[in-house]
Design a binder for this molecule. Structure first.
Ligand code: ARG
Ligand code: ZN
Length: 884
């Protein structure tokens, strides 16, 4: 219920009016308060008279009492900023309705009725990009989570499932293409230059999966034959000039469809699958039934304008949204607290897909890097929440790395514990048992438990407890026995001071130092606060490789000698564990040097050891370049800060840069040779060529740090020789970080070459805002005045200000200017697009983990935002939790 506004009921209840909260205190919604909706809405029919500035919607709902709910004569239809044009019940105009805040209340005497409601909205004024909005001359929708209520009054909750019939009517020149969910049933022209299309979606769905698109679009059309012989027409709709950049998206879609059949036994269920790319979009994409709406960033790609990373992003997001057709649409969520039911599972599914399409170990390392960079800080800060939250004020704030990425890790652990085959039995049971339902996380766990034959009783704590468990590891050796001592600590998080031990599945191997091999990987599960495991037959102390493949999303504190890390970095046969050993080596060194704990000689010897380990990576012929490139990635400043109880971002930046410079100087010849070898590989999308591009720019980064003169010259040469965006962007990134004429020339050339291409101009902004250059703040302020900058386009806002907010050395400038700038952005953006504004708050929310001076300045900015009048629900919630 939304009681943020005074009810305007004719017989206005004064008590309720008194109790009405100020707009600053939106109500808290609690998971435990869930009640089924008293009415069902089996059928919806919508009539849209489309216009950019005025769209009229006639909505006809067939409603009936829900036998599974407590009876109520009142039906609450959610609205958000809507005005009623007219209401009719069972064909008779009605005045018997009231408003409660934004919601429409009707009293219905009988068992079943037909409600007809007319609303009118202005899509061109919709800057929030929720509901029906205008983007670049076309109309499109975003209804998840609560956007449908901005179009018409409706029980806008995921457990009300209806079949939809939609008639779209509009000017044939402005809106030649009219798209909606399901199947196109009929079309027609009227004499006044308008035309119409009628769509029917046979699959019952909640309102958040509704979508329509109307505009001037062209399609890349293809087809797919499903495992049971269904012919599916595939369309990717884009703007006229963008058609030649849709090939990769189409290939990704067909691969996804085949993979889901082969891996999860899931077949597509309509004759048509449409994707539309739009340039104004709050998120990545949306899985509306049969009509996915995408941010252009995740559709358009070709070698001249998209990097290898962009190609992977397209493939992953296309897969993600497609996979939602089963994990999300056929089985949806009972309420928004269950969001991870569809998102965590679908992220796992897209991760497994991408592992199969490319290099599985590299994909795993990338996914862990995302988790550590985005989710670990969430879990250790004021916004920590379980993957199944217990309460929220604004659900948009819970589309988080915790719900998505940790949610995927939790399901991945189930799969690790039972193995692929049994896991498949579990998912088969889940899909079979709950098809057509709005389900809960508990339903999912029970299906895996029964289908896979796995006891998940205690494992359910992963759904209810927030915080990243910390595992302390010590290996003891005596006689012929190695004993592994483990203990776990799940930190306190907001609202959860005490924690129960979690089951932690850990893959491990014990290496013999001489043969550099082990007897096979084992899986142990730590399910108590402390436990010891013994391993017989070790005459010599073995080297422990633990949490292989990152089998559990935990922090490992291991008592291990530097030499053993060097050993694992060179010899571990698990690629993730090898990467991890090298990361650990670097992290533990940087932690000590940041704390000033190292004498000069100690620092030199640690740097020598690290450089030697990296040289071994450069020289190991058994590695492919994609994996080599992963191993060369230094731990991020954000992750380093995360490993420290209190962080000094200035010191972290200095020490990390100094280490990079030292490595670059020591290995100058090796990196130059690598760069030369990689530069000779011609462009293709094959793994060898992609690997070559990856190590090429890695080499440049080290060289530019170790020998700026040389690095600049080589980067400029790479920029000039580039025949693809990966090389060009990599070179420009290096140049943007240093002063010099090359920087100016390359930025100018890049802009002129790509002006008019929004996605590439986004890169131009993001490179400068994410730069290592010491004057980044000044550059960002100047770029905010650039004619191409606008607060109205989320991609552009993110490319400038998100890139800045997540650029630690710039954001954490010692004088606090970065914090002021981000707070200004939040305040300016909040009235335009609250969802995107609120996404900036978590960076300031890290204040408790920073050294005292920065901490105080960050808190001051949060307080400044909190005291602003009329904050959105989104920003209010994030700021108050951050200060709490
Ligand atoms: N379900 C979409 C996806 O992950 C995300 C939609 C998020 N929308 C929002 N308003 N937060 O595929
Ligand atoms: Zn999703």
């Amino acid at each position: 219920m939304d009681i943020a506004r005074t009810p305007s009921t004719p017989d206005g209840n004064p008590e309720l009016a008194d109790a009405a909260r100020t707009p600053q205190e939106p109500p808290t919604i609690r998971r435990e308060d869930y009640q089924p909706f008293p009415w069902t809405v089996p059928e919806v029919s919508l009539d849209f008279d489309l216009g950019l500035e005025a769209t009229r919607i006639v909505s006809t709902l067939k409603v009936a009492r829900n036998p599974a709910a407590e009876a109520s004569p009142t039906i609450r239809l959610n609205g958000d900023g809507l005005e009623v044009v007219s209401v009719a019940i069972d064909g008779e105009p009605s005045n018997g309705w009231t408003m409660d805040g934004d919601d429409l209340l009707l009293t219905l005497p009988g068992e079943a009725h037909e409600i007809r409601i007319v609303t009118e909205i202005d899509p061109s004024a919709n800057t929030q990009l929720m509901g029906l909005y205008a983007s670049d001359g076309m109309l499109c929708t975003q209804c998840e989570a609560q956007g449908f209520r901005r179009i018409t009054f409706f029980p806008d909750r995921p457990d009300v499932l209806s079949t939809y019939r939609v008639k779209m009517h509009g000017d044939a020149e402005t809106f030649p293409v009219l798209l909606c969910n399901g199947n196109l049933e009929s079309t027609g022209k009227d004499e006044d230059g308008t035309h119409w299309a009628e769509w029917h979606d046979p699959w019952p769905k909640p309102s958040y999966l509704f979508a329509l698109v109307a505009g001037q679009l062209v399609a890349n059309t293809d087809s797919f034959t499903t495992m049971n012989g269904r012919e599916v027409t595939l369309n990717i709709y884009v703007r006229d000039g963008d058609l030649d950049r849709t090939g990769h998206a189409m290939e990704s879609l067909k691969k996804s469809m085949r993979w889901d059949e082969e891996t999860f036994g899931r077949e597509y269920d309509l004759d048509l699958f449409n994707i539309v790319a739009v340039s104004d979009f709050n998120m990545g994409a949306m899985e509306n039934k049969g009509l996915n709406v995408f941010n252009t960033k995740y559709v358009l790609a070709d070698e001249d304008t998209a990097t290898d990373g962009d190609f992977d992003g397209v493939e992953g997001v296309i897969a993600h949204e497609y996979f939602h057709n089963w994990s999300g649409n056929r089985i949806t969520c009972r309420d928004w607290f269950q969001l991870s039911l569809k998102e965590g599972f679908t992220v796992l599914r897209d991760q497994l897909f991408s592992q199969d399409m490319g290099s599985a170990p590299v994909k795993r390392i990338e996914d862990v890097r995302v988790l550590r960079g985005a989710q670990f800080p969430e879990d250790s800060g004021p916004l920590a929440h379980p993957i199944r939250p217990d309460s929220y004020r604004e659900i948009s704030n819970f589309y988080t790395a915790t719900v998505y990425n940790k949610g995927a890790e939790v399901i991945r652990m189930m799969r690790t514990m039972c193995g692929e085959e049994r896991f498949r039995k579990g998912t088969d049971l889940y899909f079979d048992r709950h098809d057509g339902e709005a389900a809960t996380c508990e339903d999912f766990v029970r299906a895996i438990e029964e289908g896979a034959g796995l006891d998940l009783e205690q494992f359910r704590r992963w759904y209810s407890q927030a915080g990243t468990p910390k595992i302390t590891v010590r290996l003891e050796h005596a006689g012929n026995t190695a004993t592994l001592h483990l203990s776990q600590d799940v930190p306190a998080t907001p609202g959860q001071p005490e924690k129960q031990p979690m089951p932690i599945p850990l893959k491990l191997a014990l290496f013999d130092r001489e043969s550099k091999s082990h007897r096979g990987e084992e899986l142990i599960v730590l399910d108590s606060q402390e436990a010891s495991f013994t391993f017989e037959g070790f005459a010599q102390p073995p080297v422990l490789s633990i949490n292989r493949g990152f089998s559990a999303p935990v922090v490992i504190e291991r008592d291990i000698a530097q030499d053993d890390l060097v050993f694992l970095a060179a010899h571990d046969d698990d690629p993730f564990a090898r990467y991890e050993a090298l990361q650990d080596l670097i992290v533990s060194h940087l932690k000590q040097s940041v704390n000033g704990d190292l004498a000069d000689a100690e620092r030199d010897s640690a740097r020598t050891a690290i450089a030697a380990a990296i040289r071994a990576v450069l020289q190991d012929d058994a590695l492919d370049d994609l994996m080599r490139g992963e191993l060369l990635v230094l731990p991020s400043e954000t992750y380093l800060a995360e490993t420290m109880a209190v962080a000094d971002p200035g010191r972290i930046h200095e020490e990390r840069q100094a280490l990079r410079a030292a490595i670059g100087a020591t290995l100058k010849d090796d990196f130059s040779a690598l760069h030369k070898r990689a530069s000779a590989v011609p462009y293709s999308l094959q793994p060898e060529a992609r690997g070559a591009r990856k190590v090429k720019t890695q080499a440049l980064m080290f060289l530019a740090a170790g020998d700026p003169e040389l690095g600049r010259a080589m980067a400029w040469a790479q920029y000039e020789a580039a025949d693809n965006m990966t090389d060009r962007q990599g070179a420009l990134m290096v140049l943007t970080g240093v002063d010099g004429i090359e920087r100016t020339n390359a930025l100018l050339d890049f802009y002129n070459r790509y002006k008019g291409n929004a996605l590439v101009v986004d890169k131009w902004f993001a490179l400068q805002a994410g730069s290592m250059h010491p004057n980044t703040i000044e550059h960002v302020k100047a770029l905010a005045e650039h004619p191409d900058f606008t607060m109205k386009n989320p991609n552009r806002v993110r490319s400038l200000f998100m890139a800045f907010a997540y650029n630690p050395h710039a954001f954490h400038a010692a004088d606090g200017e970065g914090y002021r700038l981000v707070a200004d952005v939040i305040l300016a953006l909040d009235p335009i697009n609250p969802q995107t504004a609120a996404r900036f708050v978590p960076q300031l929310g890290k204040w408790r983990r920073m050294e005292p001076k920065r901490s105080a300045m960050m808190k001051e900015q949060l307080e400044r935002i909190a005291s602003a009048p009329a904050l959105s629900r989104d920003t209010y919630e994030q700021v108050s939790r951050s200060l709490g």
